[in-house]
Design a protein around this ligand. Structure first.
Ligand code: PLP
Length: 433
């Protein structure tokens, strides 16, 4: 009935998440409110980890892509579940390290890491720096030489695979700001240069072909291309690439139109390619890393809003306004992403109206969705937008000087705030007199 296994309806006809009444949560913590089910997040971590153990005999590491949702609480969960993390800025790295995260399990990404960020990576001794370009390679080598340090690096490669996804979130093709191209020879040149760098150890290669991918074809094709490149490197340069990071991108169910396959199937399909290529090309099976973000946290999250005014425009549409919008969920205005919504206090009623859910920002495009099926709703009702656990809080902003909502984790019948709601004072904290 709902897009996430986590959502149910209780005897009061209210929507529940992780068994907890969302209407009560809205009352207790206010709206807008991000609510995430910690148990479900942990379940996803375990299922990825189990697949890794099953299909790669434990010779791999699942790194949660923390750009999907980053705060101290989530790094603690990942550490407890034995996952590594992918960070993409000094800010994410700092947040992880504030929780005492094991830095050897951190992959540090970014197509334009600043000198300060590279310095942080060296100081924290992160396990793998994913080098995006030659300029970064030289900069890192120079920093290491000057400071008598060493670093383990991977190269981000563009495998040239079209994962049939939305342009804005497609990153594996040649015309991408991320990584080094195979077709132009740039990637091979970078590998040769890395071998000349005395302070850097090229431990592996990385690729990430896109996001919200709903079939295995692209992943299999990318794995094949990467294994071929590893074989070419072995043949031409006589070195073994020890690790292969295949990125994230596993799709989830946002609306009933999406039909994702179980993650174990992705893992199995890709592992078959890795094993076959390893035999066929005579290269040792590399240690495999993956970086799921959305698939771990998105289905575990919802956002609760209070309905304000309603505007019926005859023969055109009905707008229902909520107390949040593009500031807490910019994915509609960015990508026209589809969501499912439910009136949380009427969750047992049929969705017999179609409404456009409008945010409160001064932008006409500030919508959560257009002509969405929804229960008939009135001012004061609570709307739950589903599957907002990824790329919502982490992409939120203070546009119009709106305060960012709180994030609440539910677990074992209790709830706790993991990120406080911003106050008006927070908004002016950095303003100078
Ligand atoms: N790894 C890299 C390098 C990425 O750029 C991204 C997303 O942009 C991810 C992992 C996570 O992707 P997803 O959240 O779709 O799993």
């Amino acid at each position: 009935m709902f897009v996430s296994e986590d959502l149910q309806v209780n005897a009061q006809g209210h929507l529940t998440i992780g068994g907890q009444d969302t209407v009560e949560l809205a009352k207790q913590y206010g709206t807008p409110l991000y609510v995430m089910d910690e148990d479900l997040i942990r379940k996803h971590c375990r299922s990825f980890k189990q697949s890794m153990d099953k299909f790669y005999q434990g010779k791999g590491l699942v790194c949660y892509a923390s750009k999907a949702f980053s705060c101290k609480a989530i790094y603690r969960v990942m550490q407890e579940e034995g996952l590594g993390v992918d960070v993409v800025s000094g800010g994410e790295l700092y947040t992880a390290m504030q929780t005492g995260f094991d830095s050897s399990k951190i992959c540090f990404h970014g197509n334009n890491k600043t000198t300060e960020e590279l310095q942080m990576a060296l100081d924290y001794q992160v396990g793998r720096i994913i080098v995006d370009n030659i300029y970064e390679l030289h900069q890192l080598e120079q920093m290491c030489q000057e400071q008598g340090k060493t670093a383990r690096i991977m190269f981000r490669i563009k495998p040239g695979v079209d994962a049939h996804t939305h342009n804005f979130i497609r990153t594996g093709q040649i015309d991408s700001k991320f990584g080094l191209s195979l077709e132009t020879g740039e990637a091979m040149e970078a590998v040769k240069e890395a071998l000349q760098c005395k302070s850097l150890h090229l431990c592996g290669l990385h690729c990430h072909i896109g996001s919200q991918i709903l079939d295995t074809n692209g992943f299999e094709a990318a794995a094949e291309v990467m294994m071929q490149f590893i074989a070419t490197i072995q043949k031409e340069l006589h070195i073994t690439i020890e690790e292969l990071n295949l990125g994230g991108g596993f799709g989830i169910c946002y609306t009933e139109q999406d039909d994702p396959i179980p993650y174990e199937q992705y893992m199995e399909a890709v592992s078959k390619v890795i094993h076959r290529c390893s035999e066929e090309y005579g290269v040792p099976q590399p240690f495999i890393l993956i970086e799921p973000g959305r698939s771990i946290v998105a289905p575990a999250g919802i956002t609760l809003y209070t309905v304000g005014g309603k505007k019926v425009i005859p023969n055109i549409r009905t707008y229902v306004s909520i107390d949040g919008g593009m500031c807490d969920n910019p994915r509609y205005i960015l990508y026209q992403s589809a969501y499912d919504a439910i009136v949380a206090n009427k969750a047992d009623q049929p969705k017999d109206t179609k409404v456009t859910i409008a945010g409160k920002c001064c932008e006409s495009g500030d919508l959560i969705g257009e002509n969405m099926p929804l229960q008939a709703c009135e001012p004061g009702d609570i709307i739950a937008v589903c599957a907002t656990g990824a790329y919502n809080y982490s992409m939120s902003s203070n546009y119009n000087r709106l305060q960012k909502p709180a994030v609440v984790f539910v677990k074992d019948g209790t709830s706790r705030v993991v990120v406080k709601r911003e106050t008006l004072e927070d908004l002016v904290r950095n303003d100078c007199e």
